[in-house]
Design a protein around this ligand. Sequence first.
Ligand SMILES: [Zn+2]
Ligand SMILES: [Zn+2]
Length: 255
Amino acid sequence: MKLTILGSGTSVPHPKRSSSGFWLETGGGSILLDCSASAVHRMAQEKLDWANLNAIWISHFHLDHIGGLSAFLFGTKYAPETQTRKKPLTIFGAKGLKKIIRAFDKANDYGLLKQPFPIEFSEVGSLDKFEILKDIEAVALDTPHTEESLAIHLRDENDKTIVYSADTGFSKTLGTLARSVDLLVLECSFFKNKPVEIHLELSEAMNLVRRAKPKKVVLTHLYPEWDAVDFQKEVAKFSPPCEIIEARDGVKIEI
Ligand SMILES: [Zn+2]
Ligand SMILES: [Zn+2]
């Protein structure tokens, strides 16, 4: 599998960090992990085959994670690149996902679900196991962020594994989900003295890394306060047990 970071930032506008989006290329096709408004155009910037995207995972309904979904469907409805497409696009997320998209659609009769190709929705709950793509096995886990927030564990046909935490507060269960994975994409919203419980700061992220013992970690969802921090120097103070990568828009990671 290969991960391309589309957006390493948050909802706060930032010159270098756009909001959440990760493109995962697998043996069974492509998955977009979260779809912020900026992710829609970031896919094109990275020359990714957005017109043939197979699946979308929406971790929760904050707009820096779902805000681009309606806009993307508006794009695929009319783009020349998608007019001859026949294969379905499946959109996965927590219960209530379809209701949100339908409400947005209805607000101005966009016809977002009438596409040249079928759109399928699949709503999942915590601990559900499902095939997100052919031969790509997924397990969702609820996280302490919003009521519907889910982390996801993916396993491909070669037994390579990735966990995407999305937004979360501290959760030992998340550490269990990420046990020994090849790549842990973990939110680390704040450096220290976090102002809210529903996100992580560096010491908590490193605590989870020690519990999970993943082979590699990307810390993402970085608020602008990280701009003033020497990332690698601060990470080194925790003597990390594996490589810790600072997420940046455009970074690509082989799994
Ligand atoms: Zn967020
Ligand atoms: Zn959020």
